[in-house]
Write a protein that binds this ligand. Sequence first.
Ligand SMILES: C[S@@+](CC[C@H](N)C(=O)[O-])C[C@H]1O[C@@H](n2cnc3c(N)ncnc32)[C@H](O)[C@@H]1O
Length: 324
Amino acid sequence: MSLTADQTVEALRAAGEPTRLRILSLLAGEELSVMEMSRILDQSQPRVSRHLKLMTDAGLIERFPDGARVYYRLSHDAHARRLIDTVLDILADDAGEADHRRLDEVRKDREQAAESYFEQIAPQWDRLRSLYVSEAAVEAALEKAVGPGPFKRVVDLGTGSGRMLTLFGKKAKMSVGLDLSQNMLNIARANVSKAGLNKVELRHGDIFATRLPAGSADLVIVHQVLHYLADPFAAVAEAARLVCPGGRLVIVDFAPHDFEHMREAHQHRRLGFADHEINGWLTDSGLTPSPPIALPPDNEGLTVTIWTAERPVNASLAQARKTA
Ligand SMILES: C[S@@+](CC[C@H](N)C(=O)[O-])C[C@H]1O[C@@H](n2cnc3c(N)ncnc32)[C@H](O)[C@@H]1O
């Protein structure tokens, strides 16, 4: 179904204002909070919020609360997206240059804070990981969800200290662990060698651009990584791209929670994910999700969810390549 004339006029009206065009152009890059947009646009939060409300009402953007914060992203509706893309396409290349420079600064600040956090906590990561979750229960459920293998190629994105590689490496002909932090990779190297695994490759790289071939893995794992990322959908799409027909992507992360202190203390950007959000991203990336598995904490910790999805056996890789 396409948009009615009234809906089209409403959407065009909502987009038809200079600040709102600037906002659409920023959100085409990544999801942002009101606070971040206000800093980039150099306008007060109430003023930015008014623009955001108008565009949310017109279906151009989506609002989603995350703990005490509210984030915004471009609508996933195909018609709204076509309209936004057309409008942004005819804007002069340099129209939002200054905004995008400031967005880069905001992004850099965030990435530097997260990277230095991981470089610093690398030696304690295995202890920190078990602080908020019942690790044994999560790993037992994960092994069950993934199945007995054997696997041809396991790819663990954001491998950290390599825990997933030591868990699944024995069942794989070969595995690859990728991470941005050199300190984490050094620890992963030691752990993998202690576990006696020799068909493991550890690579320095970015989950948003892994440079691994499409359809090259029958098991891709993203374990406790998504909540640190500025664009979790892009990371899911890149992870899905690597899954071969008949292969599986497994995402493990927190269910929505309100532990606000995790942002400052542990650099979390998102306070967990709802099932419909992750399953929507998996489906948009060409995979077929299975029902999620929720693992409540056994103390005052957090609920962990395991989302799995398969690329249908007879699926072509064309879709996987499109998301790359
Ligand atoms: C919380 S740790 C999880 C490590 C491991 N998956 C586990 O569960 O033990 C998150 C890891 O993601 C890595 N990371 C964060 N952003 C990344 C990115 N853009 N690309 C690759 N790795 C990233 C961090 O360096 C860190 O090692």
